[in-house]
Every structure is written in structure tokens, then in C-alpha cells.
Write a protein that binds this ligand. Structure first.
Ligand code: E4P
Length: 224
């Protein structure tokens, strides 16, 4: 399973990368705005800065919504770095843009996926990734994980190469359940990734080991 970090914050990206488990980054216009990144040139520079930290897979989202503008924007984003994956919303022109960009050899991530039908369309168009939003479905009383399961099953039935990128992950349980279901990728905030580290028995066990070591050292020193 690949781990992507869902942020435009460079410090968080560096921290996750330094942990040695990061396979990519997803951003969206809201996450870029949260970091105060404004204006086309600054946005492009920020994407480049992200690409300079990680090894691959940096999703950069278009803000256009018609076919001609989306493919122009997508091609321009793809020129920033080979690591860029162009993020395209699940709308009619978006499906056409995915098909076009895929044929041009540009990787795409179809975002705002909320149904298995949308995921099927995106795969047919050749998307490299689909991003079903688990947390936002949970927010409206629908089981987001059910959607992941449906998409994984459909893609397996037909051997689609599109990777299921579970998005809008809110907690470590979401991440683990996605792993159990077989999502190819999970994108999550840093705290969800580092949350996997924590267990009170690990802390207790380590404290015990260190304390026993210290006691035995002191006993050895006293015997000398
Ligand atoms: C993924 O690519 C999306 O940007 C993201 O996961 C959305 O998450 P949210 O619902 O927490 O905003």
C-alpha cells in the first residue's frame, strides 16, 4: 500500500518523507489556500518545492472546469516536474480531459469521487488514480469504506490499472480499514500516518526495558 500525505505544508511533507514511508503528496486548492499560496507563479513554485522533497506522485489540481482550459492547465502543470500527477474533478469535461491527458502520457488523479459509477468512468477514461472521499461520505451518514470496497472489487473484476487512492481519511482506523479492503493508496494528514506509531504497551514496554538495563548496569558497577 502506498502512503501519500494530504497537505501542501512543506514541513509536514518533509517530516513524513524523513520517516521513510512516504510515496507521494496530494494537494487541492483548499489545502494550497490554507498555506497562503496565491497567484499562478507562487502556486507553480510551491508545487516545485513539494516535488523537490519527495520521490514521486505529487497531485496538482486544475481549477478550470471546461475541457479546453483543463487540458491546457493540465499540460502546463505537468511541465513543472515529471513527478506531477494532474488532479481532475469528476465532471463530464473532466472525464474527457483525463482521456486526452492519458493519451498524451500525462498521469491523472480523478478527484471528488463519491460513487462506484464515477470510479468506473474514470478508470475507463484511463485515470492513473481515483480519489474516493471517505470522510465526506461518512459526514453525510454514508459508509465511505463501502465505496472503497465496491471500487476495489470492480477494478479487480476487469483488471483496470487505475489505482484506488482512498482520500478524505480522518483517522488511523480509516487508514487500517482501507489497507484491509485493499486500497492501493491512502492519502492522509501527517497525524494519521504518525498515529500508526502509537501504542501504550510499546511505551510501557520500552520504559521497562530501559529501566531494567539501567538497574543491571548499576548492579554491575557496584559489584566492581
Ligand atoms: C484528496 O486528494 C483530498 O484533497 C482530500 O483527501 C480531501 O479531504 P477532506 O475531506 O478532509 O478535505
Amino acid at each position: 500500500m502506498k502512503f501519500f500525505i494530504d497537505t501542501a505544508n512543506l514541513n509536514d511533507i518533509k517530516e513524513a518523507y524523513d520517516l521513510g514511508v512516504l510515496d507521494g503528496v496530494t494537494t487541492n486548492p483548499s489545502l494550497m489556500a490554507k498555506e497562503g499560496i496565491k497567484g499562478e507563479e507562487n502556486i507553480r513554485k510551491h508545487y516545485k518545492a513539494i516535488c523537490d522533497i519527495v520521490d514521486n506522485n505529487v497531485s496538482a489540481e486544475v481549477i478550470s472546469t471546461d475541457f479546453d482550459s483543463m487540458i491546457k492547465e493540465g499540460e502546463s502543470l505537468a511541465q513543472i516536474d515529471d513527478k506531477i500527477v494532474v488532479k481532475i474533478p469528476m465532471i463530464k469535461d473532466g472525464v474527457k480531459a483525463i482521456k486526452y491527458l492519458t493519451q498524451k502520457g500525462i498521469r491523472t488523479n480523478c478527484t471528488l469521487i463519491f460513487s462506484a459509477g464515477q470510479a468506473l468512468l474514470a478508470a475507463k477514461a484511463g485515470a492513473s488514480y481515483v480519489s474516493p472521499f471517505i470522510g465526506r461520505l461518512d459526514d453525510i451518514g454514508t459508509d465511505g469504506l463501502d465505496l472503497i470496497e465496491q471500487i476495489v472489487g470492480i477494478y479487480q473484476n476487469y483488471g483496470f490499472e487505475t489505482e484506488v487512492l482512498a482520500a478524505s481519511i480522518r483517522h488511523t482506523q480509516h487508514l487500517l480499514q482501507c489497507a484491509q479492503i485493499g486500497a492501493d493508496v491512502a492519502t492522509c494528514p501527517l497525524k494519521v500516518i504518525t498515529g500508526l506509531l502509537n501504542h501504550p504497551l510499546t511505551d510501557k514496554g520500552l520504559a521497562q526495558f530501559l529501566s531494567d538495563y539501567k538497574k543491571s548496569q548499576e548492579a554491575t558497577e557496584q559489584a566492581l
